[in-house]
Every structure is written in structure tokens, then in C-alpha cells.
Design a binder for this molecule. Structure first.
Ligand code: GLP
Length: 257
């Protein structure tokens, strides 16, 4: 696989970044008869999902024919507990749109055998025909999904131990309990099989991660750098997240509101 430069759109602020990402998601939903979406969680995604819910309310989009696969879930956290990604997805998207519940997939972090659950998840993605559009955020340490630094570019869906920094970043979601130590996540190779990848990054705390993804060495120390091995990646970031880029990007388009 040869290296490429992802398309990057740098917009003034987080609200505009969410607008752009929503346009891509809606295009994927309109452009496929049976669209398969790869979905992400995290604070960055919340304004994007709000836009999708608003578009659905105005009959601008439907999820009726869609299938979705979330990137990850904590291990040992019940789907109905507040900090789970199941709860996040219900609160921000699933409870508000017409995506058929049976076609909204999230890894089961309560499975007795996580390795078997990971294999089942991979098989389900394959059976659905692969992912048309994979949505990604990025961790401040360069993680995608929960592929922490050190994750092999050939990794598949599996159990992973979370970095202390990642656990601290997510502590607010677990006010009454310790942040889980482990998660189940799609692997980097799983993510790279998506036909189209849209990564959304906003805020100055993501500037180092965006710089390592776009300009750093291709290394497992920065899992997001693996995205440069994919031919169809679009990075959407606000000015703050783009603040540490030093090169003029080949695919860069600066956009005004
Ligand atoms: C989380 C998720 C990632 C997400 C990232 C950033 O822990 N596993 O999928 O992209 O970390 O989250 P946030 O948008 O809250 O900064």
C-alpha cells in the first residue's frame, strides 16, 4: 500500500465542521440503496448527530434502509448504563431517527467471550457488504476507534487495554464508577476496509494528533497516521485542530462559513 495525502477541509469552527460532516453522511445515505455506515462516539460527534436528527425531522434524510456498525464499546459496561456507547448512540441518534434497531450494531462489551464477539462483529460487517462511509473522531494521543498507540496497522476487531490518558479524557462519563480499563474496538485494518472515511477533529486539544496524522511518520505510535494508506479519506477540522499543521496540504481546501 502506498502513502497518500488525505483531503483536508479546514473550517473556522466546530459548528461548521459538523455542518460539513453532516453533508457527507447525508450524501452517503442518499447515494447508496442500502447504505452501511460506520459510526463513532465522543463529544466531537454530538453536534454532527444533532444535525442528522434535525435533517431527519425535516424529512431531509432517512435511515430506513441503512445499517450501522459502531467502532467500539467498553468491556464490562452494561448497554443501559450511562457511560456506555450504547447509551450515547441512543441518546444522540438512534432514539430520534428511523434506523431499524436490528440493523444498528455496536460491539457487545458484556459478551462472555470477547474474542468470539470480535469475530462475530467482523463477520457481520462482511455480511453487510462492508462499510460505505466510516465516520471517525481522533483521540488526543492519535487513536482512532480505541486503537491506542502501538496498535498494529493489520489489527482487526479485538479487546484492547485503554491508555491512562484515554481513561482520564473519558472520566466525566463515569461520575460514579471507575473508567473501564478495557474496550472492544474495530481494528485499524477493519477501519481501512471502509470505502470512504470521514474524520472529524475539533478543538486545540486535537492539534498534536491532527499534525501527527497528517505530517508525522507513518507509525503505530500515531494510529491515525495509518489513514494515509487509504485512498479515500476526508479530514474535516476546525482552525484550532489544524493549528499545528506546518505544510500546505496537497488536498487542502480552506473554507469559510
Ligand atoms: C473516544 C472514542 C473515539 C473518539 C475519541 C475522541 O474515546 N473511542 O472513537 O473519536 O475518543 O473523543 P472526543 O470526540 O470526545 O474527543
Amino acid at each position: 500500500m502506498s502513502e497518500t495525502t488525505p483531503q483536508i477541509d479546514i473550517v473556522p469552527d466546530a459548528a461548521t465542521a459538523a455542518d460539513y460532516a453532516a453533508i457527507q453522511l447525508i450524501a452517503a445515505l442518499h447515494g447508496n440503496e442500502r447504505p452501511t455506515l460506520g459510526l463513532a462516539t465522543g463529544a466531537t460527534m454530538t453536534p454532527l448527530y444533532a444535525r442528522l436528527v434535525a435533517a431527519y425531522g425535516k424529512r431531509g434524510v432517512s435511515f430506513r434502509d441503512a445499517t450501522s456498525f459502531n467502532l467500539d464499546e467498553y468491556v464490562g459496561v452494561r448497554p443501559d448504563s450511562r457511560g456506555s456507547f450504547h447509551a450515547y448512540m441512543r441518546a444522540h441518534l438512534f432514539d430520534h431517527v428511523d434506523l431499524p434497531p436490528g440493523r444498528a450494531h455496536i460491539p457487545n462489551g458484556m459478551a462472555a467471550d470477547i474474542a468470539a464477539e470480535a469475530a462475530r462483529y467482523e463477520a457481520n460487517i462482511k455480511a453487510a457488504g462492508g462499510i460505505d462511509l466510516q465516520l471517525l473522531g481522533i483521540g488526543a494521543n492519535g487513536h482512532i476507534g480505541f486503537n491506542e498507540p502501538g496498535s498494529a496497522f493489520s489489527s482487526r476487531t479485538r479487546e484492547i487495554r485503554l491508555d491512562d490518558a484515554t481513561r482520564r479524557a473519558n472520566a466525566a462519563h463515569f461520575p460514579h464508577a471507575a473508567v473501564p480499563e478495557r474496550a472492544i474496538t474495530m481494528g485499524i485494518a477493519t477501519i481501512l476496509e471502509a470505502r470512504w472515511i470521514v474524520l472529524l477533529a475539533t478543538g486545540a486539544e486535537k492539534a498534536d494528533a491532527v499534525a501527527c496524522m497528517m505530517e508525522g511518520p507513518l507509525t503505530t505510535d500515531c494510529p491515525a497516521s495509518a489513514l494515509r494508506l487509504h485512498r479515500n479519506v476526508q479530514v474535516i477540522c476546525d482552525a484550532a485542530a489544524a493549528g499545528k499543521l506546518t505544510r500546505a496540504m496537497a488536498g487542502e481546501r480552506k473554507r469559510a462559513r
